[in-house]
Design a protein around this ligand. Structure first.
Ligand code: GLU
Length: 286
């Protein structure tokens, strides 16, 4: 099967250093394998989104020399596919409606496999996945063997929110399968979501791709660089400095004489192999 990778930003802000690292890392892995690199805009959480963000991110990527092999997939246009997956989960008894409030759960996980609160007339439920007491293991391409007790880590997690929005976990597995993704390369903040995604793939009869989680970029105070904090946007009108820093972050050589992003990336690609990526879970962004 030929390699298909992807970069899947959420449009919650401008492209920032952490997401540039994920974009560059997934692009290098795909190109190294002679495979395709696809884009997906994860715009299914309107309350968290910033107007203009998707356009800004999609315009920034080519400025950094990161050209995709197909037009981007927008999750906001994929609701029918998530409805179908949800119906499949419902028909196979994997989900249950839940009216539990945050107070009912006292900040903890939902572990009962069914809602213990009474249905509230006129109030839509959240829908949770019934999570059995199992361990999910996988071998991460960079972080090595992983094992998670799904129930202790995630409990009966929500796959459709009270407002009707589908959860990232569900949309992500449906679309990784739809786009034929064979290798997911992304930031290490999503390492602990991967067992939830593998379990959902099993429930839905979808293939499990390979996973490789890149070190998470931290700021000077050791905090995650996050778009939602509107932190560290990178400047697509002057792409070379941030691209050099992203390559440096991934321990890749940034050719001093390169005068444009494409030649900087080509030089890094010529020296790239996934085994050379830094084997750590997080590191400070320069
Ligand atoms: N949309 C997620 C984010 O921007 C990434 C999802 C993924 O790569 O699976 O953090």
């Amino acid at each position: 099967m030929s390699y298909r990778g992807r970069f899947a930003p959420s449009p919650t802000g401008h492209l920032h250093f952490g997401s540039l690292v994920a974009a560059v890392g997934s692009w290098l892995c795909a190109r190294h394998a002679g495979g395709a690199w696809l884009l997906r805009v994860e715009d299914i959480d309107p309350p968290r989104e910033m107007p203009g963000s998707a356009e800004s991110i999609l315009a920034a990527l080519p400025a950094f020399g990161l050209l995709a092999d197909a037009p981007p997939l927008f999750q906001s246009r994929r609701i029918a596919a998530y409805d179908a997956a949800f119906e499949q989960l419902r028909a196979t008894g994997h989900v249950f409606p839940c009216w539990c409030s945050r107070n009912d759960l006292a900040g903890g996980l939902h572990l009962d496999g069914q809602c213990l609160a009474a249905p509230v007339e006129g109030r839509a439920p959240a829908w949770r996945l019934r999570v059995p007491d199992i361990e999910i293991g996988f071998v991460d391409g960079l972080q090595g063997p992983q094992i998670q007790s799904l129930r202790l880590a995630a409990g009966d997690f929500v796959i459709r929110r009270v407002e009707g929005y589908y959860a990232y976990q569900l949309a992500c597995v449906v679309d990784d399968a739809f786009q034929g993704i064979t290798q997911v390369v992304r930031g290490n903040d999503l390492l602990d979501s991967t067992p939830r995604q593998i379990f959902l793939q099993r429930c839905l009869g979808l293939p499990t791709p390979g996973y490789l989680h890149l070190p998470l970029a931290l700021d000077g105070e050791g905090r995650k660089l996050s778009k939602s904090e509107r932190a560290h946007p990178v400047d697509p009108t002057n792409p070379l400095p941030a691209l050099r820093r992203a390559l440096d972050f991934l321990d890749l050589p940034a050719h001093p004489g390169a005068s444009d992003p494409a030649s900087l990336l080509a030089h890094a690609l010529a020296h790239f192999s996934p085994a050379r990526l830094p084997h750590c879970s997080e590191r400070a962004a320069a």
